[in-house]
Design a protein around this ligand. Structure first.
Ligand SMILES: [Zn+2]
Ligand SMILES: [Zn+2]
Length: 233
């Protein structure tokens, strides 16, 4: 899988381009101020962007949505519980002293599966890990499973990526967990206990070898954070 990360001042928020090396289908995750860098990668590798996926709707993660959508024509996905933040992008900007242009409306909220008591395909195949409560999304030979991880904000999600019908081991966690730190919970809709439950019950369930790509800073692994993160002792 092609996986490129870029970040730009002032927030140094990570934006990602993921693509299937065989089909060239891909996704953009959290386009922000580095959006032109992401679009240059898309062009260089001739990526056919199928989706623009948001881990959550804080300002720094959405300032590039308009431009990304304009260039790729791909639909924008967000968890429904963060739409109030998305719609208040301008206010979020003002609260931090930035002028933020309102991004275009979200095209789709992540779609919840009907509760049927069945497990996800991975679980059914005996692969350890947590069943996703949302419909998966696909690009080429890859699958994105969506897991609700509130706490930093109400509609935060972890995007679990891997080859189709395998246990994806690459986690795009937004601002829920960082290398050596955890997401802040003092912004509207944040809650510390909820964040801790998301980290321990959802993120830790992917196993120590799962790679974590946070919204800011370097990548890490679940094992590394479980063992050394001072906020998770
Ligand atoms: Zn955030
Ligand atoms: Zn952020």
């Amino acid at each position: 899988m092609l996986l490129e990360t870029r970040a730009a001042p002032p927030f140094y928020k990570n934006g990602f381009v993921l693509a299937c090396e065989r089909t060239r289908e891909g996704v953009i995750i959290d386009p922000g101020d580095e959006v032109e860098d992401l679009l240059a990668i898309v062009q260089e590798h001739q990526v056919d962007v199928k989706y623009i996926l948001l881990t959550h709707a804080h300002m720094d993660h959405i300032t590039g949505v308009r431009r990304a959508r304009q260039v790729t024509c791909a639909p924008v996905y967000l968890h429904r519980d963060d739409n109030f933040l998305y719609e208040a992008a301008g206010q979020q900007g003002r609260a931090f002293g930035f002028q933020v242009e309102q991004p275009p409306p979200v095209d789709h909220f992540y779609v919840a599966r009907l509760k049927s008591g069945t497990t996800s395909q991975g679980a059914a195949m005996g692969v350890p890990g947590r069943a996703s409560e949302y419909e998966p999304l696909y690009f080429g030979d890859y699958e994105v499973r969506v897991h609700h991880t509130p706490g930093h904000c109400p509609g935060g999600v972890c995007l679990q990526v891997g080859r189709k019908e395998t246990m994806g081991k690459q986690l795009f966690v937004g601002d829920t967990l960082f290398a050596g730190s955890i997401g802040r919970t003092d912004l509207p809709g944040g809650d510390y206990d909820t964040l801790m439950a998301s980290i321990r019950n959802v993120l830790f369930s992917f196993g120590d070898d799962a790679e974590v790509f946070p919204g800011h800073g370097p990548k890490t692994t679940i094992g590394q954070e479980r063992a050394t993160n001072p906020f998770l002792r």
